[in-house]
Design a binder for this molecule. Structure first.
Ligand code: ADP
Ligand code: ZN
Ligand code: ZN
Length: 658
């Protein structure tokens, strides 16, 4: 009897055995259609043998082994196995997730992948000495090595990636380049395609149509693709000739998936490089503190680019003390004057406020009513442009009421400000300026976003107002001023990662200015001009900021000095969620040794989302293997724990959001 062991997309941490008399050992890694319940499912064969734990008469036969696709290679299966183990997620669901949707359904794409349109071959710049040193070190690396390329914004990191990729292609290898959000970086796509006109470049992200995504996956699997440029999901691309992985902006939170398989693509990429025995380059101007710590403790190799490649200098960064000024619609006199000056000189400016909408809340001064979302523990945001109140957490969307819903007062006010409000205020003050707002509302589709970018590059814009969409990776040569508004709130946020995020965001957005020949200036409006975070920014001193943060983290035993996992539960009533978490805690206490710290169940910071009350339980350990072993044992227990029917729970390993 021949038995195939199949990974299926079901929420159970087990495999399923089927009889398949024509199966061979070489079928491992093929898709298979099997009967399941009253229908059938597509799964992946992960093993072929002659015995099963199930009694032979109970085994069903497979419907068909799908031999029309090449087998998924052992390295791919191994990566999925690791992800399943590490993130405590069923293997079948990991594999299902790692396959493009079309292939999951047992289909094959009809079309060939559309490779990125080739541009005229771009000139390859002569590397400067620091870039040369970096490239030499990367190219000389043998076997598995994690390399941090820590380079200030505009220091030519991308140029280093490109030339590293060139050596990989010369050696007949494949290169995988991960970027945070490809929809935001068409410039990079063009740059890669323009550099390697003879290479087959495949672009992989959630915006790619199903058939193209499946075709791209097959091109990788069959070794036809040379360069994969993609977002986090492309870490699962099967690449038999893979020789190098690059993770650009490695600190970016979008590498961590926040639902389903809660994986970190950066961390999986490192594991993948280790499994295959190749170099992985993590690049950033503001590395995550985890990565920075490893680079300085010698676990990763550190390469630094401390100078900008084109511009003569870093932008000057200054705090504007707003404590003793009356702001005009959120703007200090100094920032307004600087904007006006750029306008006269024909240069571009950017005003950064990481809050979209007109105002974060609508309130009634007479009775105290505020625009709560009825489904979430959050406020509805005022969108004046289309006169709506919107919840940014659940999407609830209502018209702005004409009067207070509680007391009928017609004089209700928006409080605080978002990008729309800044836009209107600036339009009034600087009527001659061509102002463009860039946020998820104005760039709601990739097409709109392309149009916005095109008009910025065509110099049709004097002042940009935007959220962090504008912070990443863009090169705007005419941009010489960045004004930062409303950043203080993040200084005192409860999340221990908030300062790290703020620092890197401001460094990134400030780095948009003065990238070409024109000198750049960054003005940060703040009531805490002497805050160490702002001082470090002014000194372009990531090192001192990082060291202080790491000291604090060490004192508090936060990551990277500990490893964390969060058990989250949501239910119609908070008591149900907390009760489940308490039971889970009791279960954990019986299985944990002294290396594991268990905290108490608490409501989540956003305690209600879409009418569900949410709680969480934090588990921590300085010893990662011990935590992993504990989590595996705990999970088996949790699956047997009784809970109300409408309660949902999940485990998040290495959580970024609390
Ligand atoms: P980063 O990725 O570090 O932000 P980039 O690689 O985008 O930096 O480089 C910033 C700018 O400098 C780009 O316009 C790039 O073309 C240019 N550049 C990079 N390296 C060199 C070099 N060695 N000589 C001339 N220009 C360079
Ligand atoms: Zn009222
Ligand atoms: Zn809501």
């Amino acid at each position: 009897m021949t038995v195939v062991r199949v990974a299926l997309d079901v929420p159970l941490a087990r495999l399923f055995d089927y009889r398949a008399d024509d199966a061979r050992i070489s079928d491992i890694g093929l898709r298979v259609r099997v009967p399941f319940g009253s229908g059938n499912k597509i799964g992946i064969i992960v093993d072929v043998g002659s015995a099963s734990d199930q009694p032979a008469e109970k085994l069903k036969a497979v419907d068909a082994i799908l031999r029309d696709m090449p087998t998924l290679p052992p390295a791919w299966l191994e990566l999925c196995r690791f992800a399943a183990r590490y993130y405590q997620h069923p293997l079948g669901q990991v594999m299902h997730f790692a396959l493009p949707p079309l292939l999951r359904r047992g289909l094959l794409p009809k079309r060939q992948p559309k490779s990125i349109e080739h541009q005229a071959i771009a000139r390859v710049p002569e590397l400067n000495a620091a870039q040369r040193t970096a490239i030499d070190a990367i190219v000389a690396s043998r076997g598995f090595e994690t390399i941090l390329l820590h380079g200030v914004t505009g220091s030519g990191k991308t140029e280093v990636y490109l030339q590293a990729i060139a050596t990989v292609l010369d050696a007949g290898g494949q290169a995988l380049m991960l970027v945070p959000e490809i929809a935001l970086t068409p410039q990079l796509e063009a740059r890669v395609a323009g550099r390697f006109a003879n290479a087959r470049v495949v672009s992989m992200h959630s915006g790619v149509a199903d058939s193209a995504r499946a075709a791209g996956f097959l091109a990788g699997l069959e070794g036809r693709a040379d360069i994969i440029l993609g977002t986090r999901l492309s870490v699962f691309m099967p690449l038999p000739r893979l020789q190098m992985i690059i993770v650009d902006e490695e600190h970016d939170a979008s590498y961590k998936q926040q639902d389903g398989l809660r994986y970190s693509a950066r961390d999986l990429a490192i594991m993948r490089a280790k499994q295959v025995g190749i170099a992985i380059v993590l690049g950033s101007a503001t590395p995550s503190l985890e990565t920075y710590h490893h680079a300085h403790s010698g676990r990763y190799r550190l390469l630094e680019l401390t100078q900008r490649a084109l511009a003569d200098a870093m932008p000057t960064v200054r705090s504007v003390d707003t404590r003793r000024q009356k702001l005009q619609e959120g703007f200090s006199a100094e920032l307004l004057a600087a904007l006006e000056q750029r306008l006269q000189r024909g240069e571009q400016s950017l005003v950064f406020l990481n809050r979209r909408g007109y105002a974060p809340v609508l309130a009634c001064p007479s009775c105290g009513w505020i625009s709560h979302c009825r489904r979430c523990a959050a406020n509805m945001v005022v969108h004046l442009a289309d006169r709506r109140l919107r919840c940014h957490h659940c999407g609830l969307d209502n018209p702005i009421p004409g009067a207070c819903p509680d007391c009928g007062n017609q004089d209700i006010h928006p409080f605080g400000r978002g990008t729309q409000r800044l836009e209107l205020a600036l339009q009034e003050r600087l009527p001659a300026a061509r102002i463009l707002r860039v946020d998820r509302d104005s760039a709601s589709t990739p097409r709109k976003w392309q149009q916005l970018l095109a008009s910025i590059h065509a110099n049709e814009v004097d002042i940009l107002i935007g959220t962090q969409m504008l912070a990443k990776g863009h090169d705007f040569p005419q941009l010489t001023l960045v004004g930062v508004v409303g950043a203080d709130a993040a200084l005192f946020a409860a999340d221990f990662r908030a300062p790290e995020r703020l620092f890197s965001q401001l460094m990134q957005v400030g780095g948009r200015s003065g990238r070409a020949q024109l000198p750049g200036e960054v003005l940060i409006q703040t009531e805490y001009p002497d805050h160490p975070l702002y001082r470090a920014l002014a000194g372009h001193d990531y090192a001192s900021f990082a060291c202080r943060q790491l000291e604090e983290r060490q004192a508090a035993a936060f990551p990277p000095f500990s490893h964390q996992a969060l058990l989250r539960a949501e239910a119609p009533a908070l008591a149900q969620a907390l009760e489940f978490l308490s039971a889970a805690r009791a279960l954990a206490a019986s299985r944990a040794d002294e290396r594991i710290t268990l905290y108490d169940p608490v409501p989540m910071r956003l305690a209600r989302l879409k009418n569900l009350e949410r709680g969480q339980l934090l588990v921590e350990s300085a010893d990662r293997p011990a935590l992993q072993a504990f989590l595996a044992a705990w999970m088996t227990g949790l699956e047997g724990l009784r809970s109300p029917r409408d309660l949902r729970w999940h485990l998040d390993v290495d959580p970024l959001e609390f």
